[in-house]
Each structure stands twice: as structure tokens, then as C-alpha cells.
Design a protein. Sequence first.
Length: 488
Amino acid sequence: MRQRLTIILTFVVIIGLLVLINAVSHVQEEEVRDLEMFANRSTYHAGPSGARALHDFLNESGYKVMRWREPLSQLMNTSKQPVSTLVIVGETRLPFEDEDFTILRAWVGRGGRLVIIDRTPDPRLMGNAGWTIRAKEQRLPDIDTNPGNVNQMTENVSELQPLQPTLLTNNIESVMPSRFASRLVFTVEATPGVTNSGTTMVDPGAVAPSPSPTPEPTLEEDFWGLPEETATPTPVPVADPDDDYGEGDYSGIVAPVAHIGDADGAVVVDYNYGDGRVILVSDPYLISNGGLVLKDNLALAINVLGGPRNTGLIAFDEYHQGRGITRNAFASYFAGTSVLPIAGQIVVLVLVVLWTNGRRFARPLPLTQVDRRSSLEFVASMAELQERSRAYDLAIENIYTRTRRVLARHAGVDYNSSRSEIAQRIAERSTIDRDELEKLMRECEEAINGEPVNSRDTIDIVKRLRKLERDLGLRLRSREARQAAENI
């Protein structure tokens, strides 16, 4: 009963600890505030700054949409379903490597559509032969900017109308950006043979020399980019046709097109790059969960991603948002919920039960029986009782009955067989004299049936029985001792 009480108390304590842990972990848990200053632009994020609403809408509307969680080198993998549109939203948590820019330019040059939705896009993603594109920021969000507050995000902001009818402005009357939206400005490169008015004076067959690489901006220039009079555009590389990526020569690209903007600059710009196209949107708020429902922002997002007739695969870059396939998919899916803590607690509970059953209690065992008497005390008591009562026949019966049973088993006959048959069988299987054995058995049975016998005759008969057991190798007493030990 004491062991059962200990087990019950152990389970009560464990259950109490689990309840306490759940109460501490989940009661009055303060949610992490979503800030525009540190926005999470992932399609997994359901907060105001995330893009989950757009992803789910496209998925439920029949578009082929996916979350790209592999390195960009897999874009060139022909064994997978080809991606027609790659979307990069906001400032990514993982930086782009130089190889990523090379792969992106090669992929776009082969016919891909690259959509960059950012207030300060990387200049290396905006390379366009003959033109310079830079972003002019209006203002920066602070720590108190709440992306879920529409009034705060669009304070003193006027809606923007399309600048011209294009495929990207189809079915759009106006869009509502945030007050932090930047403006895209593009100017023609200063190349030989080009006047201040932008008129090209070079012969059609002439090839303009490749401009020098863009110098890194200094600290004073900040992220506004280089001044217009000293800006050197990022050239489109002219790669070897036998190159692995095969970027090609795209020096004949036409000027970028501004679709939506105002007097300060464009908000939506696109331009050709080889056989593909690059689309720049200067405000992630237009497609975020908090701003997607304003005005015609949703229609703009659909047009930018290919329009209603887009049947290609649209991929949102989640690899550079820190959601790469190197992380456990199960843990990523249930991150932020109580599923993982509950699963951990169940595992701990199972381990505790296994440990208690295996180490502390194990299987039930009987208590040790301590015999306070000596091993021969019972035998001596019975012998003394029979000697005082002169019950020699009873003593012989106790021994002969077991001996006869073993002799019958050894002879292979039934216990009720005659002594002559038992003696004959024993004699055939051993060197024991048949007449001597039959005589011994007859004397024992006569003493049991009432023939007068004294102590001396009783001791003689018992000695002869023990000698018979030894000669036949029956070892009756050792067998009985072993069976008695097993029954304890």
C-alpha cells in the first residue's frame, strides 16, 4: 500500500507541474508588437506588415503560388517546375550574395519576371543598360509607427492615379501608398554621343563602351544614392554565350516605364531585361496585410504578379526571409503556438513514467520470508513424534510412497503395477537383483499394512531404500530439495 501511495503522489506532482508550466507560459502572454520599423514581410506572417493575405488570396483564387525556400541557384534547375514570377518583398533578413545577383540577372534574361517591392531596393537588382534608377525616400518610420493603424500609415497622403494606361494599371482608378513610400527616379546614362537633351547621336551599328562599375556610396551620401551629376549606373554585364548562366548582351533595352506616381517620382516602374522583365514597386505597404484592402491596391498586386490570365508559377522569396528548408518544417509550421510545448511535456511525462517503472519500482516482488527455524527442525520434530508414538509404519510409509512412485516412473510402468513387475523392469534396466528389490518392497508394504516392526528394522529398511536410490541414480532427496526451493 505504501508503494501505491508513492506512485499516486508522484503522478499528482507531475500533473501539477504540467498545469503550472502551462499557466505560466500561456496566461496573460503579451503578444509581440508588429512594428513598421522592423517589419516582417514574410508570407507566413499574419500581422499587418506581413504578406500572408496576398499569398492566401492568390492561392484560393486559382493562381499557381508557392513559397520559395531554397537557394536562388535552384531557379536554374530544369528538373523542377519553372518559376515564371519571383517576388522579393521588403528588406530581407538574409542578405543577397554576389552570386544571387548574377543568378537573378541570368534568370530574368531568360524570360523570368522579377518583382521587387521595396522602399530602398538594392541597386544591383535594378541594373538597366542605358538608364540609372534610384529611389528617393520620403521619410522613415519610427518605433511608434503601427502598421496596423491605417490612419497613422496614410496620414497626409493622397491617393495616386495611373500615369498612363498599361497592363499594370488595368482596372485601377487609384492606389493608396503609405506616407513612407519612396519615389523611383530614372535618368539616361551619360554616354559618349548623347546630348544633354538625351538625343542619341551614335550610329546604329556602333557599340557603346561599357561604363565603369558603380562606386560604393560614402557615409555622407547615405542610402539616398549618388548625386545625379556624379551617379554612375550599374551596367548590365555582357556575358560569354557559353557561360553557365548565359546572361547575354542586353544593351538594346528600351527605357523604363512609369505606371503610377506623382510629381516627386514613380511608385511602380518596370523595364525589359533580355527576354524577361523587372517590376519595381517602391512601397511594401501596397501589398501588405494592412494596406492590401485600401483603394485598388489588390488590383495592382494582381497586375504586377502577371494579371488575371497568369498561368505560370508565382514564387515568394522566403529563403532570404529566414524560412529556408534548412529549418524543420514541422517546427516552423507550429512556431508560436502551444503545440510544441504540449508535445514536449508529453514526451517528458512518458520518460518519467518509464524511468519510475524501470528504476524505482520495477515489477512486483513478494516479500522475503524469513524462516526462524533451522532446516532440520521440522524433520527432527516429526521424527521425535513418531519415535515417541512408535509409529514406525508411518515413517516407512512416508519414505516408501515417494520411492515407489519414482521406481515406477523409472521402470516405465504405472504406479499401481505390482511390485514383481516393477522389480523385473528395474532389474532389466540396471544391475539391481530382482529378488532383493521385490523382497525390500514386500517388507515395506507389510510394515505399512500392520506387520509388527521395531526401530532397528525401520532404520535398516530406510537405509536399504536410500542405497537403492543411490544405485539407480534417482537422487530423490536432492530433487525434492530443489522443488521446495523453487516453491518458496
